[in-house]
Design a protein around this ligand. Structure first.
Ligand code: SF4
Ligand code: MG
Length: 325
């Protein structure tokens, strides 16, 4: 399968300022050496607790944040160091839909203006072309042409997210980062928006990186799933092998709290002890070791790298080294 986006050894560290001189007194390792690829036409689910670095990674991929280190390839072009001016030609290909449709839409702009704005800024489309495109997109996302003249506050959360999606589609992007797009919506609305996104993906040949905080949301929409913990990728696999045969102790714990209707997949709930450690002071060795029920001496001294377990299944855990040798 063709790769659309590839990230290599990405690090994003944020300085911590302190004291009266506001000097750097440490750093938050939000993303710490992540490599990942997103294939053309697929949905890669990216799952982690808040503080795992998943949203930061999404913003780094779009260059909304500058990586501290590492490469970002979009269609084989390294965009990690491009100037803002040079980035412009890629910006239209890469869009983001944010979690909170209340905060992400400018309330002073009409729906038509919101959807047409990217066309106005990035293209030479005429006024009538922009209007036509806005109407077409509104209809694609299940809204009415007459909604153009209304304002965001006149709509529900689910409708606002449809408007955000229409806006994200205005420039015919290839890649969309969906940053928890349904987490703020009522459960009854979530499935509708997810189904819409799946339909639009097929119609417009979109590739999604779909960020979520638990494994149940991404289960239906993803082709592959990556699990993040404290700035690192713990496991990445095709959906079926991740849900049927999770390898990393963290994934196993996450999955044990996803309700399953299939008895074969019912698992005893594994309660993780303790909180997520601070990314400014991550544990030595394996970052998961302070909460891992299977941790042993090697885990505190050596950091596990992602290992290829075959058939596209990768895991970062020493247990699988032991098993192989
Ligand atoms: Fe647990 Fe060790 Fe594996 Fe980390 S490397 S997940 S601490 S067993
Ligand atoms: Mg799909």
């Amino acid at each position: 399968d063709e790769v659309l986006v590839q990230v290599k050894n990405i690090k994003k560290y944020f300085p911590i300022k302190g004291g009266i001189l506001k000097r750097d007194i440490g750093q938050v390792k939000a993303v710490d050496d992540v490599s990942l690829e997103v294939k053309k036409g697929e949905t890669l689910g990216l799952v982690g607790e808040s503080g795992s670095g998943k949203s930061t990674l999404g913003r780094v991929i779009l260059r909304l944040l500058q990586p501290t280190e590492g490469e970002i390839l979009f269609e084989d072009n390294d965009i990690s160091l491009l100037s803002n001016r040079k980035l412009r030609e890629y910006r239209k290909d890469m869009q983001i839909v944010f979690q909170d449709p209340y905060a992400s839409l400018n309330s002073k702009m009409s729906v038509g203006e919101l959807i047409e704005e990217p066309l106005l800024v990035q293209t030479s489309a005429s006024k009538s072309e922009r209007k036509e495109k806005a109407i077409e997109l509104l209809e694609k996302v299940g809204m009415r042409a007459s909604d153009r003249t209304k304002y965001p506050h006149e709509f529900s959360g689910g409708q606002r997210q449809r408007i955000s999606i229409a806006r994200a589609l205005a420039l015919n992007p290839k890649f969309i980062i969906c940053d928890e797009p349904v987490s703020a919506l009522d459960v009854s609305i979530q499935a509708q928006v997810l189904n819409l996104m799946a339909d639009l993906q097929d119609e417009f040949n979109l590739t999604y990186l779909f960020i979520a905080h638990d494994l149940s949301v991404v289960k239906h929409i993803s082709d592959r799933v990556a699990v993040m913990y404290l700035g690192r990728i713990a496991e990445v696999a095709p959906k079926k092998s991740l849900y049927d045969n999770p390898l990393h102790p963290y994934t196993t714990a996450l999955l044990s709290s996803v309700p399953s209707t299939d008895v074969r997949h019912r698992r005893e709930k594994i309660q993780l002890s303790g909180d997520l450690p601070s990314p400014s002071d991550p544990p030595s060795g394996c970052v998961f070791r302070t909460r891992c029920p299977q941790a042993y001496d090697r885990c505190s001294v050596e950091r596990p790298e992602l290992k290829d377990m075959g058939a596209g299944h990768y895991v970062a855990c020493h247990l699988y080294d032991e098993a192989k040798t």
